[in-house]
Design a protein around this ligand. Structure first.
Ligand SMILES: Nc1ncnc2c1ncn2[C@@H]1O[C@H](COP(=O)(O)OP(=O)(O)OP(=O)(O)O)[C@@H](O)[C@H]1O
Ligand SMILES: [Mg+2]
Length: 410
């Protein structure tokens, strides 16, 4: 097929010339690292982290840091930002390497080390070629040490979402390499987790070799969330956002726990909703729709990810709710229905006690609500269970699981 390209670029009405709503949507991408002037309320964290890494700028050892904080509190952003600045500030003659590993993706020791080596190795300088896969873990470590020695005085390695790694020995081996005389280059690790107890649970040997300082990131308040979004308003075309859009997105995200990721997601999605609806501006109603959508997604994720026994438990509640006028049911009644489902699906039947634990856990996750009712001195205390979301929606979500589908093929 050939095209007549002689006419150069033409304004073809089939395609829009620019986006009606967004001017630069990249500013609202989660991995985007905004410049210092767009980072809100993290001056103290930035300067504390910089202090820990200061050694690297002068060619001696940076300290290891463990960063904790709930989701969307700027941990990844601040770490990347400070590392970039350390690299730029490195004194003449000092070479700093920076590598970012997302442990959700590279979640085994071999993958993480292979990925680190590939990212840090500049083949034209080192003459080392690193195969992406196929080598043993120890070979990758050897290549990593060689690569580091050939290029850097120090490196800073960000291990993001470290709690998702299936083995903590990476922390130990990286911290011991210099001490064990394996390399000449100093290594600083920034390990990030949203599980506060992460370090308590790692292996003792790892704990003793990974000497580190800790930094905690607090959630944002509604004002900070608003400012974070105002700082990225230029993601949208001029005058596209009506004045309530940012404050409302901030209010929703503050309700969650002060999560900047959520705030930015709601804002971006509100823009998409407005675009799909053919609206001239992004308005409050688009933010509300965007928020509802986010809630449904979160809920679907929870139910989809639940273990099979929990799905059978929830399915029992949906059957009861859809076949009666009530919406709350005594645990014993839910258990009877659960037993029928397990029989039908040929599943193990848990004891009443374990069954109660599942209900409690689902209540903790916000899928079920449990209410205590007191039936007087003779009757004692009973628990009533109710689904928080629409039972029809819960049922549809559960039946997306192929193991549960036999329930409807009667
Ligand atoms: N202080 C801030 N100023 C400007 N933008 C911010 C700030 N904090 C977070 N953001 C933005 O919010 C989003 C989420 O931040 P980030 O990814 O750093 O959170 P996190 O703490 O690493 O969360 P998680 O634990 O879920 O990985 C990103 O788009 C980031 O750019
Ligand atoms: Mg993160």
């Amino acid at each position: 097929m050939t095209f007549d390209s002689s006419s150069g670029s033409v304004d073809d009405p089939l395609f829009e010339s620019g986006h009606r709503i967004f001017a630069n949507k990249d500013l609202l991408k989660i991995g985007h690292v905004p410049g210092a002037d767009r980072i809100v309320g993290r001056d103290e964290e930035i300067s504390k982290l910089a202090k820990r890494l200061n050694g690297a700028v002068h060619g001696y050892s940076p300290e290891n840091v463990m960063i904790y904080g709930k989701t969307g509190t700027g941990k990844s952003l601040v770490s990347k930002h400070v590392c970039q600045r350390a690299q730029n500030a490195a004194q003449d003659g000092t070479d700093i390497g920076i590598a970012y590993i997302d442990c959700a993706e590279d979640n085994t020791e071999t993958q993480a080390i292979s990925s680190l080596t590939t990212k840090l190795n500049d083949e034209s300088t080192t003459n080392i070629s690193v195969p992406h896969t196929g080598l043993s873990t120890s070979k990758y470590y050897k290549l990593l040490w060689k690569t580091l020695d050939a290029q850097f005085d120090s490196v800073i390695i960000i291990l993001d979402e470290i709690d998702l790694m299936d083995d903590d020995s990476v922390l130990m081996k990286l911290s011991r390499a210099e001490e064990a005389g394996k390399i000449d280059c100093s290594i600083g690790v920034i390990a990030i987790s949203n599980k506060i107890q992460y370090v308590d649970n790692v292996n003792e040997r790892v704990k003793s070799s990974f000497q580190h300082k800790e930094l905690f990131f607090k959630p944002y308040d509604a004002n900070q969330l608003r400012e974070i979004m105002y700082n990225r308003e230029d993601a949208f075309q001029d005058d596209i956002l009506t004045e309530d859009v940012i404050p409302l997105s901030a209010a929703f995200a503050a309700q969650e726990h002060g999560d900047a990721r959520k705030a930015i997601d709601i804002l971006r999605h509100a823009g998409e909703v407005a675009y799909e609806a053919g609206a001239e501006q992004v308005r409050e109603e688009h933010v509300r729709q965007s928020q509802q959508h986010a809630e449904k997604d979160r809920f679907r994720e929870l139910v989809n990810g639940a273990p099979t026994q929990a799905k059978a438990t929830l399915l029992a509640l949906t059957e009861l709710a859809l076949n009666s006028n009530d919406d709350a049911f005594l645990t014993s009644r839910v258990y009877d229905q659960y037993e029928q489902i397990c029989h039908h699906l040929d599943m193990d039947i848990l004891s009443v006690r374990r069954f109660r634990d599942i209900l409690k856990e689902q209540a903790f996750l916000g899928v079920v609500e449990i209410e205590k009712i007191n039936k007087g001195s003779a009757g004692g205390i009973h628990l009533q269970n109710r689904l928080i979301e629409d039972p029809q929606v819960v049922r549809e979500t559960i039946l997306e699981d192929s193991r549960m589908q036999d329930w409807i093929r009667e």
